[in-house]
Write a protein that binds this ligand. Structure first.
Ligand code: LLP
Length: 439
């Protein structure tokens, strides 16, 4: 018999204690890890000596507390909806440091963003340029904008999250962008500050960014020559993280200096002043900062075939395996006397196959164990759902030795909150009554 193992810790906290204190399923986020990622990004840029910007992509994980952390660390925020803007503003985020994205922004959202003094709106299409110009003119405001351009670069990533190619709903195609942007010369309400592109997610080296930068440089140069006072080139997000041990990932300290060195050389060769280079990572900052804790329930052994280990969450709190075939690692958190690793399938409780992890080695999983899935800080909470009418988990933030709830656990009543019975059903108590009356 082995010695009793200790409970697993995450960011210095005993995960079993967290589960018993806050319940499961539970999202846990570490402020210390978020801060470390942001600090590494800053270090990488500082070493290059250029003007730079870091915008946290809020779509990967946004709550008021997260906005406070990001604000406190002095970086900017990329948002894609009025809901994300409201979250940031309610947390006290400086609107001037917010970039408003979205491929089909609604007129009401645009008005709201302008009214609140959002620093930059990223224009995604010709149609949107006209819409924003009309709204800004009506409101008597000047808006500062970047243009999102699809540069036709293919990042080596899952095709469903490839967004920088020409065949994409996002951005103005590179070959049409000049004409679109030149139209702003007749639009006093639109101040063009720069260009933006986003080539995809889970990029693991600098090469796709270098290619995208080169593609954008040509357009940038034409616009400068046409008299535009551009100051920013935003190369988007997409820095890859290692979901599984041994996965390749984007080493910011290595690749950002390489990417910047290349751009410096290219801008100098073209005789154009080096713009501020901005990046927009979401996953890189939030993914490894989060884990999800579950309680194991049913364990079903089908001899010779497979062992299913079911947990009290699943595709409701992490739809990524179902949507993208995303892979995760998991561990039993509670210490055990005996180490008996078994290959199992981890399933969620949703009423379909709901496979969270197809194959993982766990230590003698049994009902009541606490299971931790790692690297769930990005695109889990923000993509969660109430499928099967399950309430969403709570989110707990760890900061040093402190822990506290930053999003309350939903209740069944919360899930029912917006249900209404229409007038014509009122007073009818059963299907039987309904059918009798219908006759
Ligand atoms: N900037 C823009 C304009 C974006 O569209 C995105 C992601 C980012 C930045 C941040 O990308 P990141 O650094 O987080 O990879 N739900 C998918 C990811 C969709 C990403 C959409 N845009 C997933 O779970 O993998």
């Amino acid at each position: 018999m082995n010695e009793r193992m200790n409970n697993l810790t995450f960011s210095g906290h005993d995960t079993v204690d967290l589960a018993s204190r806050y319940g499961t399923p539970l999202y846990v986020m570490s402020e210390d890890i978020v801060a470390k990622r942001i600090s590494d990004l800053k270090t990488a840029f500082e070493s290059t000596g250029i003007q730079y910007g870091i915008n946290y992509a809020g779509k990967s994980f946004t709550t008021m507390a997260m906005c406070r952390i990001v604000d406190g660390l002095g970086i900017s925020l990329d948002v894609v909806s009025q809901g994300e803007i409201m979250t940031a503003l309610k947390a006290g985020f400086d609107p001037k440091r917010i970039y408003f994205h979205g491929s089909n922004k609604q007129p009401g959202e645009i008005r709201y963003a302008i009214e609140k003094g959002i620093g930059h709106i990223i224009i995604d299409s010709d149609y949107e340029l006209d819409l924003i110009n009309r709204i800004a003119t009506e409101m008597g405001h000047e808006v500062r904008v970047l243009f999102r351009v699809s540069p036709g670069i293919e990042a080596h990533t899952h095709e469903l999250i490839e967004t920088g190619t020409l065949d994409s709903k996002f951005g103005v195609p590179l070959n049409q962008a000049e004409d679109t942007i030149l139209k702003t010369r007749e639009m006093p309400a639109i101040q063009v500050d720069g260009l933006h592109c986003h080539i995809g997610s889970q990029v693991v080296d600098e090469q796709p960014f270098v290619l995208a930068g080169d593609a954008m440089l040509g357009l940038y140069k034409k616009l400068v020559e046409a008299g535009f006072h551009l100051e920013e080139l935003n190369l988007g997000g997409g820095f890859g993280i290692p979901y599984l041990q041994g996965d390749e990932s984007f080493d910011v300290l290595k690749y950002i200096p390489k990417m910047v060195a290349h751009l410096k050389k290219r801008f100098a060769a073209e005789g154009i002043a080096m713009p501020r280079i901005t990046v927009e990572p979401g996953r890189y900052i939030s993914a490894e900062a989060g884990v999800t804790l579950y309680t194991v329930g049913t364990v079903k052994d089908i001899p010779g075939l497979r062992k299913y280990v079911s947990v009290d969450g699943g595709m409701n709190d992490n739809p990524r395996p179902a949507l993208y075939g995303a892979e995760y690692e998991a561990f039993i958190c509670n210490g055990k006397d005996d180490e008996r690793m078994e290959k199992v399938t981890v399933s969620g409780r949703a009423c379909e196959n709901d496979t969270l992890i197809e194959s993982v080695e766990l230590n003698a999983p049994e009902a009541g164990d606490i299971l931790m899935v790692t690297n769930t800080g990005a695109y889990n909470y923000t993509m969660s759902s109430n499928y099967n009418r399950y309430p969403r988990p709570a989110v707990v933030l760890l900061s040093g030795d402190r822990s506290g709830v930053i999003v309350e656990r939903e209740t069944n009543e919360d899930v029912l909150r917006y249900d209404r019975i229409p007038d014509w059903m009122k007073g009818l108590t059963s299907c039987l009554t309904f059918h009798l009356q219908a006759c």
